[in-house]
Unconditional design. Structure first.
Length: 133
């Protein structure tokens, strides 16, 4: 066991010095300014397109479904997620398969997550998607 101790210490010393050498000789180590005076006059580096980060924001628009359509009274009943009902007199749009098919105006009454809207123009069907834009 005592024979291998000097060999183990030598191996450890070589590994540590190798790690220190690699840390000082990597490409990004030389690109930073060496002195504080050089920092004040250095130009900011341009961001690489591959390194730029995309900003993702959640879509906070109101989305609902048409439950029923009354063609005689020209109104629809809309079902919204809990706590996300639209305001009265708000204009909304109905979409079917990604295409805008009608415009409605919220008039009430409201019960739980459902609210009534008058059809202003277009064609409404049960199952249409309702959005505010």
């Amino acid at each position: 066991m005592k024979r291998f101790l000097p060999l183990a210490m030598l191996t450890l010393a070589l590994m540590l010095s190798g790690c220190a050498w690699v840390g000082r000789h990597l490409p990004w180590h030389h690109s930073s300014p060496a002195t504080p005076a050089a920092t004040a006059t250095a130009q900011p580096e341009k961001a690489h397109p591959a390194k730029s980060k995309n900003i993702v924001t959640a879509d906070e628009s109101l989305i609902a479904k048409v439950l029923t359509v009354n063609t005689v009274g020209q109104f629809v009943v809309l079902n919204y997620p809990a706590g996300h009902l639209p305001k009265l007199d708000q204009h909304l749009f109905l979409y079917r398969n990604g295409l805008k098919t009608a415009e409605v105006k919220v008039v009430g009454p409201q019960q739980d997550t459902c609210i009534v809207a008058d059809i202003l123009s277009g064609d409404a069907q049960a199952g249409d998607t309702v959005r505010d834009q």
